[in-house]
Design a protein around this ligand. Structure first.
Ligand SMILES: [Zn+2]
Length: 179
């Protein structure tokens, strides 16, 4: 029997969210998680566990832009993964257009083929894409783990509430990258 597989999701670590010059910059709290996310990517890669990047890649006229200013338009600098977190060779990069990483992506199929013991979530924003994806993991009976120092939100209150809600409502296990 092979060792259990854990999967790491790296969500929306893109120039438009993470760079101060980006269209929807999430702020300094978001930049602070970069080293923790980097170390998770390195750890999972060294353990030969799958690393899956989920990246906003919007159409220019996406209706999400009625709620948020235009960001991460497919093919632009803003939609690129930040240079500090360039995907290792074996990682999977999936484009998404909505908050949940499952919506119209291959994530369902990839996870079904891997049958992970745990799915770890990292990236931005805690109260949006991280929480919606955690909810969809719960709907599929996957065990989700959120390292609290590897997720961030532009709103600190939303961040704290989302962590609490994910733990209590979705049964997410909260942990830290740096023990
Ligand atoms: Zn978006």
């Amino acid at each position: 029997m092979a060792n259990p597989v854990n999967v790491l999701l790296v969500i929306d670590m893109l120039n438009d969210f993470m760079d101060p010059g980006g269209a929807l910059y999430c702020g300094d709290a978001a930049r602070k998680i970069i080293p923790a996310v980097r170390s998770l990517i390195d750890r999972f890669t060294a353990e030969k566990n799958p690393v899956i990047y989920l990246c906003d890649a919007h159409d220019q006229k996406d209706r999400e832009f009625e709620l948020f200013s235009p960001h991460a338009v497919a093919g632009t600098w803003g939609a690129e993964i930040i240079p500090q977190l360039r995907p290792p060779e074996r990682s999977i990069v999936l484009a998404k257009t909505r908050f949940s990483a499952f919506y119209k992506t291959d994530l369902d199929r990839v996870l079904a083929s891997v049958q992970p013991q745990e799915v770890w979530l990292s990236g931005v924003c805690t109260s949006i894409c991280i929480m919606d994806t955690a909810g969809d993991l719960r709907n599929r009976d996957y065990s989700a783990v959120v390292p609290v120092d590897a997720v961030a939100d532009f709103d600190p209150e939303y961040h704290a509430f989302a962590l609490k809600r994910m733990e209590r409502v979705y049964g997410v296990r909260l942990t830290r990258v740096s023990a």
